[in-house]
Structure formats: C-alpha cells, structure tokens
Design a protein around this ligand. Structure first.
Ligand code: GYE
Length: 314
C-alpha cells in the first residue's frame, strides 16, 4: 500500500510519461493540504478507500497553494493516469489546466470543493457537501437561540481560506439567514485560513478591538478551537461569555461541544473516499454518473455530541 503513495508535496514517477498497464486503475489525487482535522480525516478516507477498491493512488499535498495543485495535476497528465481527482483550494482559475486534462482524455472528478468554471464538461462530477446549507444551519441555530431577545447580538466571524468554496458559501448561507433580523450584527469578519494557529491569532485581534463580542461563528472546528484558546487567555468563558458555532464536527470539535465550550456544530463529512472510488470506477467503465453527488450531513448540540462521540470515526 505505502509503495503506491508518493510523499507529501511531491509526485512519484513524475514525467515518466509511461502508463503501466497492469489492468489497475491509476488515480492522481491532488489534495489541498493538511490544514485541519477534517483534511486529515479526508486524506485517510481517500487512501484507505483506494486500497480497498484496488486503485493505484498517486497522492500529492498542495500545502494550501493553488499553484502546487496545478503542478500536481499537470504531472498526473504527463504520467497518463487513468483519472484525476482533486479538491480545489480556491474556486477560480482552473479552466486552463482542466482543459489540458480534457485534451489528454483524462477524466476529472472534483471532490469536496467546487470550481466556478462555466464549462461543466471540464469535469465528470462534483462530490461534496452543500456549504451554503451548512451556513444556513449555523444561522438558523443562532436565530432560534436568540428568539424573543431584542438586544443587539455582536457576532465575529472566522472565515475559511479566502476564495475557497466553503468560505464563500458558509459566509453567504449564514448571512442570508441572519439578515432577516437587524439585531444580529457581524462586527468583524476575517480569514483564519481554516487553521488553529490563525484562528487563535485572529480571535486575539478581534478581542482586543471589540469589547463586546456575543457570538463567534467559525467556518471550521480548528479555527474555533484556536479561538477558544484566545478567549480563555482573555479571561472569558468560551460557550458562556461568547457563544460559539463551528462547522465540521471532527472529534476535537465534538469534545469541546460536549464540554460546553462550543455551543453548536454543523456537520461536514470528510469520509468521501468510498464514494469517490466508486464513481471513478463507473467513469472509467463508461457509465453515466450524476453531475452532482451530495454528502449526507446533520448538526449537533452538546447533548447530541456526547451521544455521538463514542462511535465517531474522525
Ligand atoms: O470544512 C475545513 C477544511 O473543504 C469542507 O476544508 C472542506 C473544509 C473543511 O480545511 O476544515
């Protein structure tokens, strides 16, 4: 198994141009990075599912940089892999490289994040979550939590990676729901790049600049967990003095939720591997597949987190 994977950041057999024909499907997968607990679980799911499906996986880690992902995709094209899958770091700027794959007759599957390319023939399908819906679920919880209250609710927002589909959509879905009531005010909104370290740093700045913060909405658990450290260091109680909503529901997030440090988590499943391998096999067999495959998800309160934690896979 390990032999079929290349090391992080690099590609094996780069530019060899020879396609091994051992009857096995070869998939080149260009991952975003290792920025969060979600991403680690997603990588594991893809690697394990490839092994289980007998698919030869070439894996690369772009360290959250689009240029690295484009390089990895070009190298997969040069290696004549059977299929390319990737989770685009940002939404824009993919047309050229996707066209190169199409010209080389290598099918592409988008996983997890979308691209904004107008030409949908550039990829076979997109499998992943509905991020707008996730943002809406976060907003709906907040509206319910403050029902019957009239005081202003000061909200700070930690956005995901600038230009990424989950950051764009989680922001807009949330904004759409809370705009119905003017008591909700987003007083600061900045990127924390989906990482704990940046979440902490930006929350420190938010706390310094704003004496009254009622709610933190973080686009993922990791940034929320980083922010919790900043809130504690500022002498405030996370989950009580500042209510916290996050997205993902990875184990560390769910533990903080069960402890009452986070108040609500909208689930986003990283376990895309098995469905991806299934779709890849169908594409290569020439079967028709849906243009969009949605993942099924829920959301958790502290009580529900306590119940779900013992069986949580990630
Ligand atoms: O929510 C975040 C990760 O694209 C859905 O990326 C994914 C997001 C996930 O870094 O934790």
């Amino acid at each position: 198994m390990v032999g079929t994977l290349s090391a992080c950041g690099g590609e094996s057999d780069a530019g060899s141009g020879d396609k091994k024909d051992d009857g096995k499907i070869t998939m080149g997968f260009a991952q975003v990075g290792a920025e969060s607990g979600w991403r680690t679980a997603n990588t594991k799911s893809i690697q394990e599912a490839a092994t289980a499906a007998g698919i030869d996986l070439k894996f690369s880690d772009a360290q959250q940089k689009q240029e690295n992902q484009i390089k990895a995709i070009r190298s997969y094209i040069a290696q004549k892999v059977d299929i390319i899958a990737f989770s685009p770091v940002v939404e824009s700027g993919w047309d050229t490289v996707l066209k190169e794959a199409k010209d080389a007759k290598i099918p592409v599957i988008l996983t997890d994040r979308a691209v904004d390319s107008k030409d949908t023939s550039l990829y076979k399908t997109f499998i992943g979550s509905d991020f707008v819906l996730e943002g809406k679920k976060a907003g709906e919880w907040l509206v319910k939590e403050y029902t019957g209250k009239t005081d202003t609710v000061n909200i700070v927002e930690l956005q995901g990676t600038t230009g990424s589909a989950p950051a764009n959509d989680r922001k807009s879905g949330f904004a759409d729901v809370i705009k119905a009531d003017p008591k909700f005010k987003v007083i600061a909104s900045q990127t924390g790049d989906f990482t704990r370290a940046k979440g902490k740093e930006v929350m420190e700045a938010f706390l310094k600049a704003n004496p009254k913060i009622d709610v933190l909405y973080a686009h993922n658990d990791d940034m929320g967990l980083g922010a919790i450290e900043a809130i504690v260091a500022a002498g405030k109680k996370p989950g009580v003095d500042i209510k916290i909503i996050t997205v993902d529901a990875v184990k560390d997030g769910m533990t903080a939720l069960a402890d009452g440090k986070i108040n609500y988590i909208v689930e986003c499943s990283p376990l895309l591997g098995p469905q991806l391998m299934d779709l890849a096999k169908k594409v290569i067999a020439g079967e028709t597949i849906p243009q969009r495959v949605l993942t099924e998800e829920t959301a958790f309160t502290p009580e529900q987190a306590k119940a779900a934690l013992p069986n949580r896979k990630y």
